[in-house]
Design a protein around this ligand. Structure first.
Ligand SMILES: *Cc1c(COP(=O)(O)O)cnc(C)c1O
Length: 407
């Protein structure tokens, strides 16, 4: 077999469908985000405004975070030196875990190299250990949760997105005496909507299920101390396991789970995703600790994000551009076709110096392609005005393309 030709043909398939992914070569400028330097393929560069970042609060350039990282780098050097089992447990990671248990008011926390591995490790371990476990998973759960559940041993039930009746039907029709786990997210990243957490907890209580909540897009951004939507809604104590990341609002990288000490100790002791990988290095732990602690007391950034999201939505409304309604800071602007979505975002970058990555299949179902706009705490009213006027312009210019899609 001609292996390279085979793979070339698979890439050609993607290009044919308009969903081949090009990554923009950007240089983030500390202190100037959401402005970044775009290095275009011709070799020149220019400044652009980023409108699709998960650094929702601008913590990636917060001086307290940067200072803590410089300090840890100078004191402890570059890497962790090993897995947690072998030489990788540092004071930095231990301090970070105690800050996280405090954040979510749980007994224990466990840090992973990413939110992805945290979900995979925790969910596969819990569902493998529980005998004859039944898992109830929201249809729009993130790939890392799906992979974790798939790697575990359980009977899987997928309930329609945020559909409490469907979830209850599935719970009701499962054997009463088997262990159960409901796995869901608080803020859904591609929809921008928020789960009915309290109602799901009520169902969990009625049917004796554990609850597992991914607060990846909510930690730092919601709740009086950044504990997430569950904190904001006063139901954090009703969630058994809360999972989060440092990669989004906290501005860094790394993931974690918090919960009951025995459950977290079991994940620590049984999860291959945790045991066999190098620990998060001191420099990242120190930055994450500074970011988490800062956001426990500062609500300034959270309030600006809310105002900016409201302003962006109202300006889109006034121009008649439709987005998915939701109560979060994420604004999904619907396009509905992959080629069209890419043409529009290319035009934004080329003609308006705005970077928005098109969101295509398999991240979202075909026919629901979109631009996922995130108004961060560091976008100004000028940035927002520039974005909506540019969107209006490209919507008008690509009128035919957009109509074709609707036909
Ligand atoms: C990004 C994301 C993750 C993975 O977190 P990382 O720290 O980026 O690996 C998990 N869950 C959801 C819902 C996400 O959007």
């Amino acid at each position: 077999m001609d292996y390279p030709s085979f793979f070339k043909a698979r890439i050609a398939d993607l290009k044919q469908e308009g969903r081949y992914r090009n990554f923009a070569n950007l240089e983030r400028l500390a202190g100037r985000f959401p402005t970044a330097l775009y290095h275009d393929p011709s070799g020149s560069n220019r400044e652009v405004t980023i409108w699709c970042s998960n650094d929702y609060l601008g913590m990636g350039q917060n001086p307290k975070v940067l200072n803590a990282m410089h300090d840890a780098l100078d004191k402890s050097g570059a890497g962790a030196g090993g897995t947690r089992n072998i030489s990788g447990t540092t004071k930095y990671i231990v301090d970070l875990e105690s800050s996280l248990s405090d954040l979510h008011h749980k007994d224990s926390a466990l840090v992973f190299p990413s939110g992805y591995t945290a979900n995979e490790g925790a969910l596969s371990t819990i569902t493998s250990l529980l005998p004859d476990c039944h898992v109830f998973s929201d249809a729009l759960n993130h790939a890392s949760m799906i992979h974790g559940i798939r790697d575990g041993k359980s009977t899987k039930h997928i309930y329609r997105h945020n559909d409490l009746n469907h979830l209850e039907d599935l719970l009701k029709s499962s054997p009463a005496d088997t262990p159960k786990l409901i796995a869901f997210e608080s803020v859904y990243s591609m929809e921008g909507d928020i789960a009915p957490i309290k109602d799901i907890c009520d169902l969990a209580q009625r049917y004796h299920a554990m609850t597992y909540l991914d607060e990846v897009h909510a930690v730092g951004v919601y709740g009086p101390r950044g504990g997430g939507v569950a904190e904001e809604q006063g139901v954090m104590d009703r969630i058994d396991i809360i999972e989060g990341t440092f990669g989004k609002a906290y501005g860094l990288m790394g993931g974690f789970v918090t919960g009951n000490s025995a459950v977290i100790d079991a994940i620590r002791s049984y999860s291959g995703n945790f045991i066999f990988t190098t620990a998060l290095p001191p420099v990242l732990c120190a930055g994450a600790l500074a970011s988490v602690e800062y956001l426990k007391t500062s609500s300034v950034e959270r309030n600006i994000v809310r105002q900016n999201a409201r302003l962006l939505k109202s300006k889109l409304d006034s121009l008649g551009l439709s987005y998915l309604p939701g109560d979060s800071h994420i604004v999904p602007l619907m396009v509905g076709d992959s080629t069209c979505c890419k043409a529009l975002t290319d035009s934004l970058l080329q003609n308006h110096d705005i970077y928005v990555q098109p969101i295509n299949y398999p991240t979202v179902p075909k026919g629901t392609e979109r631009m996922r706009l995130t108004a961060t705490a560091v976008h100004t009213t000028t940035h927002i005005d520039h974005l909506v006027l540019s969107l209006k312009k490209i919507w008008t210019e690509n009128h035919d393309l957009l109509n074709l899609r609707a036909a």
